[in-house]
Design a binder for this molecule. Structure first.
Ligand SMILES: [Zn+2]
Length: 165
């Protein structure tokens, strides 16, 4: 019988699994979200709305005063096309151990993985265009299925199936 104490046991175990010190993997979700940011390498000239052509003494790439900033090419700002979000998820690499098998998952290509994370991450999972598992940064994944809420009654977690890009 699934009673409250069993549900709590389940919840505590999943939480431990995907917690900071659990067996989960550090993952990064990527979003398309184009923003303009001031250059982090030069002093911005708000009058000309461009680089003042002077190094700010803290940026990654020093240059001589009066020459072009090598980071923004004198524009004073840089386009940031990518935003990211880091989270911890349990990652299942072997489809034999996939959970919550839906109809679509029956004919899974063998380059898929599943992740389990807390329901609070749902918006991030839904909106990202790419998943990176930080320990394998050269491989990226895209969502194969919409996230499925799971859990015993309280639906505290979501399972997402991803496909290698
Ligand atoms: Zn600059």
């Amino acid at each position: 019988m699934i009673d409250t104490s069993f549900k709590n046991l389940f919840k505590n175990h999943i939480t431990a699994l995907i917690g900071e010190n659990g067996l989960g993997s550090n993952c990064t979700l990527k979003f398309n979200n184009s923003t303009t940011e001031l250059c982090n390498n030069c002093i911005y000239d708000s009058l000309s709305k461009a680089s003042s052509n002077m190094y700010n003494n803290t940026g990654p790439s020093a240059f001589a005063d009066g020459t072009m900033c090598p980071v923004c090419m004198g524009i004073g700002s840089v386009q940031n096309n990518e935003t990211t979000y880091s989270l911890n998820m349990a990652v299942i690499f072997d489809s034999k151990y996939f959970l919550n098998i839906s109809n679509r998952v029956v004919n899974l290509p063998n380059n898929t993985i599943q992740t389990i994370c807390e329901i609070k991450e749902l918006n991030y999972i839904n909106n990202c265009y790419e998943l990176i598992i930080d320990s394998v940064p050269t491989q990226s994944y895209e969502r194969y299925e919409d996230p499925n809420p799971c859990g015993l009654g309280d639906q505290n977690y979501i399972i997402t199936t991803w496909r290698k890009k």
